[in-house]
Design a protein around this ligand. Sequence first.
Ligand SMILES: [Zn+2]
Length: 182
Amino acid sequence: MSGPFVFPVRDIAHRAGEMREFDVEVPAPAKWGEGLVYVAQGEPVQLRVRLESVHEGILVTTEVDTTYRGVCGRCLEDIDRPVEVEFQELFGYPGTEATDFEVQDDHVDLETPVRDSIVLSLPFQPVCQPDCPGLDPVTGEKLAAGTVPETPIDERWAALKALTPDQDDVAARRLASDTEKS
Ligand SMILES: [Zn+2]
């Protein structure tokens, strides 16, 4: 078996203490992510992989760098952003203690942990900029940065506002009561 996410461990398997490192760029084999943003199929994915032979199997430490794209959750403008994650997984030897991943024959296949770590790091509410004001609720146009859409005051709150005395009234009443006391 081979593939861009498959790394050989033949020369380090069952030799605790041995280590191999790989630095590769591979294309994402499929679209990763189902939300507003995703890693597109074919997007270059940088992998810095360290394979360490340990007693139970192969300890895999991987830094992943790629780019996600999609749309801003507020203004729907196209965005693309770098995303970087690091994960560590133990690939156990078959028949030993249960691990999520296993060494297969003479290799480890990192596609699933790479994909999962990237997908988990994608934002649910991506924004084109931290203070993206979104769309004007009336015109549907993108608002200029820094503006806050004017929300009409809720009628229930308007009624409450009528019950709240003006600060002038409060001051006047306090003055009146002070005069009574003296
Ligand atoms: Zn935006």
